[in-house]
Design a protein around this ligand. Sequence first.
Ligand code: ADP
Ligand code: MG
Length: 386
Amino acid sequence: MTDLRQDTLDSFAEIFGRPADGLWSAPGRVNLIGEHTDYNEGFVFPFAINRRTIAALGLRDDRIVRVGSSFADELVEIDLSDLRPEALSGWSSYPLGLAWALGEFGADLDAVPGFDLLLDSNVPVGAGLSSSAAIESAVGFALNDVWQLGLDRRTLARAGQRAENVAIGAPTGIMDQSASLLGERDAAVFLDCRSLHAEIVPLGLEAAGLEIVIIDTRVSHAHATGGYAERRASCEAGARALGVESLRDVGVDDLDRAREILDEVTFRRVRHVVTENQRVLDTVRTLREQGPTAIGDLLDASHRSMRDDFEISVPELDLAVETAQANGAIGARMTGGGFGGSAIALVPTDALSRVYVALDGAFAEHGFGQPDLFTVTASEGAKREN
Ligand code: ADP
Ligand code: MG
């Protein structure tokens, strides 16, 4: 990480021919529990991870913006007067879309100065760890400083979501940006997606001798986008049939009535969301009362619910979860939108190598590609590095 910071500063000086004014960073995130609950105005419980995007930035005395990334060969240049979502494309839509979105939250884009920006990152792209929110949050945090906007972290999260929805065109909620901006060391962010109220809840993983393992299956199924939209539509249909604004308004006690009203498939979709919301609340309470060794069953139940009721798991994710569980994990579940991506496992430190070996063996035995295995720790949100 130290190297990444220094490298980014050195590259900035080389590319732009002058030193940066400062260095900012923001983390990716993983969702501990609470899947497909965000757009149902429910609860999610992500944490910021120890993989970060670094942004080196220097203000200019004209209105030009130039952005570069270690991921791309070319520099992208635009005049601030031309900054509109329709003018953006490719990877630079993330940093430039964020600059545009700040205009929606109070920045006077007709008056602010241009800037040179260089990005580097060790957040894996497309693994479900939100490399996109890491960029938006790092750039938002940096511009908020140099443009002296005085926006708080929650507003920067909303700006990141606006950039993602409008400039990128991804209909995502506010979970990723909230985790990246509000995260703290060894703690997760309990977020109510209706009120946007966020609470920091200590995880206590290190003290309990526990690790969170990411099992990136590296599979991505073609129907991910269609499947996501279809699940969203089922949730909306279920809420309509039950006469509520969103599934947030349905509790576990209402499920018997729901079973009578809804068709079989819609009922199972609804049951996932309703029980998943309850599992988030139970996880937060269990952590506070008994600590992290007691949350394993809730993670396991979350996976079963996504596999059987919401039907968004795939054989690689099921294998990852079952293998981890059978080899010493306290709990495991797929994480993210589904149809591929990563699973997480809560593993005692002394069982780590056994879990790794078992996963490698099981994937080989089933003829699946090797998964990418690594641990993450809960880390602090966006910050100025120097
Ligand atoms: P994720 O689950 O990782 O957030 P997304 O599809 O939402 O996946 O975002 C990934 C996209 O973000 C990449 O395709 C790329 O355009 C952009 N991106 C991520 N990290 C960087 C980076 N360091 N530099 C430039 N672009 C990046
Ligand atoms: Mg993303």
